[in-house]
Design a protein around this ligand. Sequence first.
Ligand code: NAP
Length: 479
Amino acid sequence: MATKLAGKKMLIAGEWEEKEDKIEVFNPENNELIDSVPAAKADDVRRAITLAKKGADVAADLSVRQRMDILNKTASYIEGNLEDFATTIALEGSKTINEARSEAARAAETIRLSAEEARRLKGESINFDQMPGNEDRMGYYFRFPVGVIAAITPFNDPLNLVAHKLGPAIAAGNAIIVKPATETPLSALKLAEAFMKSGLPKKILTVITGRGRDIGDSLIESKDVHMISFTGGLETGEKISKKAGLKKLSMELGSNSPAIVRRDADIELAAEATVSGAFAAAGQNCLSVQRIYVEEEAYDAFKELFLEKVKDVKTGNKLSESTDMGPLINEKEAMRIENWVNEAVDQGGTLLSGGTRDGAHYEPTVLEKVPEKAKVVKEEVFGPVVLLFKVKDLDEAIDRANNVNYGLQAGIFTSNINAALKASKKLHTGGVMINDSSDFRIDAMPFGGVKGSGLGREGVEFAVREMSEERIVCFKITE
Ligand code: NAP
């Protein structure tokens, strides 16, 4: 499939740079070399940060209208080159072409929303005279940019998750240094190209390609970086938090999301939504459905329907229009998942479907009767594996849903308003979807987790808030 890939160079403060040292980018489906990108080192990061400090002034001085124009042009550029963006996502990552098209369209939407949020950056007046002795004072606060933001992003949504950092950062008037996942750097470089072609002044944007273990520390520990916006795994997030020191942190981490199916649920709807939520992007999605708690009266009917629908998930070549589920990001990940499933079976779990691997492909896999201590229950599988549990009632379902170290989103299927309300109050997650699975998001809603799922919220309006700060201005009237 022909596409203009984006490698060879990285963008340092608005200038395209090459390096002799390269990182090769492979198509995970067949291990074919598709491109290469520079392997940046700590010196490159330090230089990028020095330039970004100047970029922060340039970005802050852009008027809201200029920011909006650049963001709107970038969104239109993505829309005008949608197939090219989609093919890049599908080639370097593990999404199917249909999933990649939907991600590219969402990235354009995220950038357009950022343009709209730039318009809505505002403060308010403060009544200083509420405190006796301050009758001669008046003033207001406004939002100003935090300065230099470092954004570190994962492989699984290589374009839209970068857009979720870049759009709000620019809307709020910051300079930004993006370090994309080493496995999938090309979509981020393409987005950088879109910004540069849309008139983003030099110095504001860097997309630096290099391994986290080589360049992460120099980015994270720098006192000239004022905020780290990270999306990735819990383990990496914890390492970064420990090293970051005194700076703003936004942590969008993983999960092992629950779904609850009540006896009064629409079972057809519940099965449809949870199958899609478990196997979209081969389960490599922070919102993937991993644990399904079904009330005992509905268990057998739900299980039968669920397994029927799993049979319809068409696996295979990710670039084929008819494929529903592609490979994992690499064979090593597929082998890890295979081990976790085997371990769950050894511990007493029953395999209902799947459980087989072919290279980086792993079949949609369903288990039941898995003990709580198993890794597939406690940890994030990040693969096409889902567990069914029979529970007595809603209280048991909520207790077990909460009994993990994650809390991003949850879903509950019920026609009982009281059950829905109770779940929305008692589930320890950043979001609760009623009559849908955890795997629902629009780019304009607050998005983030509790416990090991993260800190802070993304979703454009909320990210703009995190990427700006309030500055108070107070006038003392002297006459
Ligand atoms: P990851 O291994 O944590 O990597 C994420 C990013 O961190 C990559 O750019 C990686 O660079 C970098 N990194 C790794 N070690 C680093 C270090 N010591 N210092 C600085 N940076 C470092 O995660 P992943 O496997 O790419 O992505 C999957 C995870 O992301 C899952 O847990 C998933 O749930 C989570 N996720 C969360 C959300 C959300 O919004 N909550 C969305 C999507 C994904 P290299 O590639 O060079 O190692």
